[in-house]
Write a protein that binds this ligand. Structure first.
Ligand SMILES: Cc1ncc(COP(=O)(O)O)c(C=O)c1O
Length: 462
């Protein structure tokens, strides 16, 4: 009898299609309209079976991805300027990730760390202790998603301080669970119709240099936030301040220098746990291991996810050992948290970041992208602001007054890029920000070609 599963594959493929990873031809190749006919067929199935509430930015169905490209079922090869929202920083199917994952899958796939532990989990926690800011004693708990990490950071801060209130900032994004929806600022699409929300969440103004009504220093913006928190909630009632050092979904807003250090000082004075949400900014994305490193800010707790594991679902809360250990035994965890395959992927991703110096690469990339976006800004008055750091850069699009958000133009430029085979993302409270998060392993040639298309998108929509 023929062995149904034994197939002879060409070297470049698997039983399910072409092989991804860095060996994939690094080229933009458009062979059909986008989405192509096969993607359209898949889309019809998706519409039948997948809930409408799960959105899609660019409806091409993926067959393989690696380096800086995504290949769809029609044979189009798209330049990836999004990394699956800052996840595939080491590239899709990165070699070290695949090696370690295959090895782990063949040994065991799950025992539940809370039932019978394994070294991969502890290895990831050890790496997190070494890589995150500060040289104090640290411990970690591993979870599955970013939102879950943020929820756990709040639980830990409440247990440690014995206080309830949680401070967050304007334009923040922390996830889609009940608590993290309450912490997220933007109503549509994240919160609308999903209330009631968790209580004891208080919002302070962020430092948003482009949108300040009058010039204000980073320290001044921090004092403005502190004033509101002290007057309206009281420092003594706050368990934690949770803040993204550079806003992600909020539009890559980089706070003015001095904002984060002043908040660090104030939280320390009042025993408030400072939680840096580095889920989008972490793991080399901004040109350092973590965005807090840029101004030497050492948070008490740090939440990480996304880039940590090369595409596998893994997240973490890492922080001062005495804070992490304030929680009673059994108070933290979850069935899948720190799954052994996801931990193996994280170890492979971290190894890749070290071997390829992806923090350095992100810095180089930042210079290159900023120059390209600066040239676009010189030509098109609709670009009100170019901002970001390392491999996390954005432009904010505005109307003729130089201020009114222009989400329509941002959407039009992004749609043009998609048609031309370049994956771009939008963001921002007003939906008027085009954000760029390329895989940190993308070649300069592909990056330049991607930004040629972005530039053409601004010309074509003028
Ligand atoms: C800063 C930040 N926090 C939390 C989250 C939520 O992560 P997840 O979607 O994995 O739950 C995100 C996701 O975009 C994020 O960018």
């Amino acid at each position: 009898m023929a062995d149904t599963f034994a197939t002879t594959q060409p070297d470049s493929g698997t039983a399910h299609g072409p092989k991804g990873g860095p060996a994939l031809p690094q080229e933009r190749r458009i062979v059909t309209a986008i989405p192509g006919p096969r993607s359209q067929e898949h889309l019809a199935r998706r519409e039948q079976h997948v809930a409408t509430g799960v959105g899609t930015t660019l409806p091409v169905f993926v067959e393989a991805a690696g380096g800086g490209v995504i290949v769809d079922v029609d044979g189009n090869s798209l330049i990836d300027l999004g990394s699956g929202i800052a996840v595939a920083s080491v590239g899709n199917a990165a070699e070290r990730v695949v090696e370690r994952v295959v090895d782990q899958v063949q040994r065991f796939t799950h025992t539940c760390f809370m039932v019978t532990p394994y070294d991969g989990y502890v290895d990831v926690c050890e790496q997190l202790a070494a890589l995150t800011p500060g040289d104090h004693a640290k411990k970690s708990a591993l979870l599955n998603s970013g939102a879950e990490a943020v929820e756990n950071a709040v639980k830990i801060a409440r247990a440690y301080t014995g206080r309830d209130a949680v401070a967050v900032v304007d334009h923040a994004y922390h996830g889609r669970t009940n608590l993290t929806m309450a912490m997220t600022a933007k109503s549509m699409p994240y919160k609308h119709s999903f209330g009631p929300f968790a209580g004891e969440i208080y919002r302070a103004p962020m430092s948003y240099p482009f949108r300040e009504p009058a010039p204000i220093t980073g320290e001044g913006a921090a004092e403005r936030a502190i004033d509101i928190l002290e007057k309206q909630i009281g420092a003594i009632n706050l368990s934690c301040l949770v803040i993204e050092p550079i806003l992600g979904e909020g539009g890559f807003v980089v706070p003015a220098e001095g904002f984060l250090p002043r908040l660090r000082e104030w939280t320390a004075e009042h025993g408030i746990v400072l939680v840096a949400d580095e889920i989008q900014t972490g793991f080399c994305r901004t040109g350092d291991w973590f965005a807090c490193d840029h101004e030497g800010v050492v948070p008490d707790l740090i939440t990480t996810a996304k880039g940590i594991a090369g595409g596998f679902p893994l997240s973490a809360v890492t922080g001062r050992a005495e804070i992490m250990d304030a929680v009673h035994v059994g108070g933290l965890g979850g069935t899948y948290g720190g799954n052994p395959v996801a931990c193996a992927a994280a170890l492979g991703a971290i190894e890749t970041m070290r071997e390829l110096d992806l923090a350095g690469r992100a810095r180089e990339m930042g210079t290159r992208i900023t120059a390209r976006l600066g040239a676009i800004a010189d030509k098109h008055a609709c670009v009100g602001d170019v901002r970001g750091r390392g491999g996390m850069v954005a432009v904010e699009l505005v109307g003729e007054d130089g201020r009114t958000p222009d989400p329509v133009r941002a959407g039009a430029v992004s749609a043009y890029c998609h048609q031309q085979g370049v994956v771009t993302l939008t963001a921002g409270t007003y939906g008027n920000v085009l954000r760029f998060l390329p895989p940190l392993v993308i070649s300069d040639a592909l990056l330049d070609e991607g930004f040629d298309v972005v530039a053409a998108g601004f010309d074509a929509t003028a």
